[in-house]
Design a binder for this molecule. Structure first.
Ligand code: PGA
Length: 253
C-alpha cells in the first residue's frame, strides 16, 4: 500500500530561527524513521530551503519542497527560482498552482502545465494544487472545474510521468483564516470525480483546506483521499506531529 502523504507548506511564515526550531524538533521526534504508513513532507519558504535541508540531512524520511518554481531552467526572470536551483538547494517536491498563486500571481492552467513538466524533467515530484471558488461550488460545478484544472496541467504526460505526480484538492472556500472547514459530505463527490480519473495513476490524491486535529481522521476516511496538505495546524510542530500520528493510525486501519 502507498503511504499517506501528510505535509505542510509554511507559506510566507517563519524566520530561519523558527524554521530551525520546527525542523529540529521534528527530526528529533522521528529519530530517522517516518511514522508507519506515512510519507511526511515540508515546504518552507525559499529562504529556509537549505537550512531545513541541512537539518533533515541525507536520506531523511521527510521530503522537502519549494512553494513554486519557474518552468525555464535559467535566464532573465527576476525574482524567480528555477527547478534546478530548487533541486540544488535540496528540494524534492515542487508545489505548483496553489490558489493563492493563481489568484495573486497570475498562475494559469498553462503555467501549471509548464511547471509540472519542468519538475518532472529534473526528477522532482510535482505537487499540483487544484480547487474551485465558492461561486463555482454554488453553481454545482466543482468537479467539472477541478477536473479541467488537473487535465490542463497534466495534459500529454505518459503513464510513467503521471505516476510521479501528487494532486492536492484544496477548495478555495476552505483555505486559510477566511475559509470554513469542508464537511466530509461536501468532499465525497469531488473526490469521486478525481478518483475515477486519477486513483492508481498518480502518486497521491491529497485533501487540503482548514485541516485540523478534529477533522483529519474523518478527511482521511473519504474514498480516494491518500493524504493531507496542511497549513496553519502544522505550523506548530506539535500539531504536525499529531497529524502524522493520526495518519499512521489511519494507515494501520
Ligand atoms: P490551511 O491552508 O490549512 O491553513 O487552511 C491550507 C493550504 O492552503 O494548503
Amino acid at each position: 500500500m502507498q503511504p499517506l502523504w501528510i505535509g505542510t507548506s509554511w507559506k510566507m511564515t517563519k524566520t530561519l530561527e523558527e524554521a530551525r526550531a520546527w525542523t529540529t524538533a521534528l527530526t528529533e521526534h522521528l529519530g530517522g524513521r517516518a511514522p508507519e504508513g506515512v510519507q511526511p513532507f515540508v515546504i518552507p519558504p525559499f529562504t529556509a530551503t537549505t537550512t531545513v535541508a541541512q537539518i533533515l540531512g541525507q536520506d531523511s524520511p521527510v521530503l522537502l519542497g519549494v512553494q513554486n518554481a519557474h518552468w525555464e531552467d535559467e535566464g532573465a526572470w527576476t525574482g524567480e527560482v528555477s527547478v534546478p536551483q530548487a533541486k540544488d538547494a535540496g528540494a524534492q517536491i515542487v508545489e505548483i498552482g496553489h490558489s493563492e498563486r493563481r489568484e495573486h500571481f497570475g498562475e494559469t492552467v498553462e503555467t501549471t502545465r509548464l511547471k509540472v513538466a519542468a519538475a518532472l524533467r529534473h526528477g522532482l515530484t510535482p505537487l499540483l494544487c487544484i480547487g474551485e471558488s465558492a461561486e463555482t461550488k454554488d453553481a454545482g460545478e466543482s468537479s467539472a472545474f477541478i477536473l479541467e484544472q488537473a487535465r490542463g496541467a497534466l495534459e500529454g504526460l505518459d503513464a510513467g510521468r503521471l505516476a510521479r505526480v501528487v494532486i492536492a484538492y484544496e477548495p478555495i472556500w476552505a483555505i486559510g483564516e477566511k475559509g470554513r472547514p469542508a464537511t466530509v459530505p461536501e468532499l465525497v463527490e469531488p473526490f469521486a470525480a478525481l478518483g475515477a480519473e486519477y486513483t492508481g495513476r498518480v502518486q497521491g490524491l491529497l485533501y487540503g483546506g482548514s485541516v485540523n486535529l478534529e477533522n483529519a481522521a474523518d478527511l482521511l476516511g473519504i474514498d480516494h483521499v491518500t493524504g493531507l496538505f496542511v497549513g496553519r495546524t502544522a505550523w506548530d510542530v506539535a500539531g504536525y506531529r499529531r497529524l502524522l500520528e493520526i495518519g499512521s493510525a489511519h494507515a494501520a486501519g
